[in-house]
Design a protein around this ligand. Sequence first.
Ligand SMILES: Nc1ncnc2c1ncn2[C@@H]1O[C@H](COP(=O)(O)OP(=O)(O)OP(=O)(O)O)[C@@H](O)[C@H]1O
Length: 740
Amino acid sequence: MATPRATQRPPASEKPQHNHIPSHSLSKSLNNGPSNLHSAPPRSSKERTSSSRRSVTPNSRTLSNNNNNDEDSGRVRVAVRIRPRNAEDLVLDADFADFVELQPELKRLKLRKNNWSSESYRFDEVFTETASQRRVYEVVAKPVVESVLDGYNGTVMAYGQTGTGKTYTVGRLGKEDASERGIMVRALEDVIACTSLTSDSVEVSYVQLYMESIQDLFTPEKINIPIYEDSKTGEVSLPGATVVKVRDLDHFLELLQVGEANRHAANTKLNTESSRSHAILMVYVRRSIQENVNEITSQQKDTRTDLLGSSIPMVRKSKLLIVDLAGSERIDKSGSEGALLEEAKFINLSLTSLGKCINALAENSPHIPTRDSKLTRLLRDSFGGSARTSLIVTIGPSARHHAETTSTIMFGQRAMKIVNMVKLKEEYDYESLCRKLETQVDQLTAEIERQQKVQENDKNELEKQLRGCRNSYDKEKNNLVTQVEHLTAEIERQQKLRENDEYEYEKQLRECQDCYDEARKNLASRCELLEKENALLDLEMKDFLSELNRQKDHNNLMRDKVSQLETSLKHSKQHQLENSTYQKVLADTTQMYEKKISELMKQLDIECARSESAEEHLDVMKKLVNDHEKTIKMYEKKTAELIRQLDIECARSESTEEQLNLMKKGMDDHQKSIKQYEVENSTYQKALAHTTQLYEKKIAELNKKLEDEHACFEGAQEELDLTKKLLNDYQNSEQVNLIT
Ligand SMILES: Nc1ncnc2c1ncn2[C@@H]1O[C@H](COP(=O)(O)OP(=O)(O)OP(=O)(O)O)[C@@H](O)[C@H]1O
């Protein structure tokens, strides 16, 4: 219940309804089915919400200005629902049909006053006792929910006497049977389905108003929660209440169950099954808008791009109130006493002040007593404010409650006269812009840091590679140098060895040659000597032989002589007697000759032995010559082998020299590639410096942008604070005026 429309000034951030009137894809199904309380607005095919929505694809949300129901679109819609008869009703009220007559096809309800007169009342919808929960939701609440999704505040409220089905209609969880789900669950189901998990948010608070104290149903310890009214926007909120961000429907069902349990616990404490409090579910929907660029007028474009030179994201922050009021029975009829009476008075106070406000609004009264109770303060926006409101009034079938039913019907009738001025709750989403820019700056900074890191890494990698190359080059160079040194040393050593060997071999060869020559010479001289000796010996032998022969001849002669002598001796012996002297001389001569023969024989033996030994010596010498010849041959073979080895060594030395040349060439190539690396490295460093400069420039620009944006934001904030202050002052002065 807001101040009269004439006195309301739409805040700068809000748009009057004639610009945008909500509609939503969800009504599509309804347009073909049963009519709903709020006229279904036509859709533009252009506007579509993003595909990241949680389920169905929403349709157009823009209305043409010449909508026929334009005048009527802000009116509070009222439907009436009758509870099916229960056992008690069946026993006690057989005459019910005579008291109330429902004409759903005419959307009328007839109440019989007395036997001869009855009154007929027209509603936006009349639900019979067979109406399903789904139909009630779709007709009563769904248009409001769609409106909320389009950025308008909305209220769905159940009003009626105790036990007529308010909680059943609004708060039924339908745990066992989903078809029994009430408005709260179905509304959240649609809200969750039509919002994006990433860009939108759905939050809920659940409170009860009991004896003018607001208690948090999520955190029941929180009582006496103060109401905050935004003097500028007229928005009513409960900053002290727990706000829970809804993840999904199951999460919401859990939350609602907790709230219901807390509400039930409070009722049980009061020893009653009926709800003694008003339960209010507040659903805060925040949706970011991805507007079609073609649909933004150039003026809008200017205002949305002036500040930062780039488009500012828009956000729609709407609120849905689903209210399950306490029973509206009369105190005298309920027969309450003591504490219950006090409680009933409070319930009545809030309901009475709600009734008063409704009356004042219905009669276009200049003063609406919204501040009389917390309920009316909380519902300030719902009746005569900027919200789209649907009211479902529940009645019981019992004729015994004739007065309550009539009063409920009259309440509904008066509420139908109230016309709200629904306003789009759209504003610049500075928060998300700030977040977006901060994220962008963070991302850019991170990107720059990443790039710098990458470049640094590249540089390090290149330097590492270069170092590696240099190291491997140095290593290789050192290796090569060492190898060359080794090889040179080896070659030198080999050469030295070779020279030594050569020298040694030559020496040996020379020695061998000398030995050989010497041996040959010796052999030759020896041979000569031996030959000479041989010749001598031959001569001697010949002499000996001739001598021997001569001696033999002499001997033979001697023998002949001896035989002659012997004959003579015989003769002599004969004559011995004749000549003893002669005999003696003969014996002496024989003796002397025998002695000479034995000496000659001895000499002959000696000469033979000498000749044998000379022959033996000759054999030895011949053997020695043979051995010498063999040794010479062996030396020749060895020399040939050494010459062959020398050739191999020469070939090896040549190949080593070739290898050395190759290595030197490799070294030159390495040096060339290192030079190339150095050139590349300097190019990379230049590019790095250039990129770094670019990024630094970019960061500076972004920082400047951010600072400008902060400055704008602070300016706007200051303006906001100033306006708030002015409005507060104005309200204070108005209150002072009212009191006076
Ligand atoms: N349309 C309906 N169909 C079937 N049962 C219903 C219907 N409406 C109400 N009831 C039943 O009637 C009883 C009372 O309903 P409910 O508690 O919703 O009334 P209420 O108006 O919320 O009462 P209170 O104000 O005392 O809390 C419940 O048992 C409920 O299940």
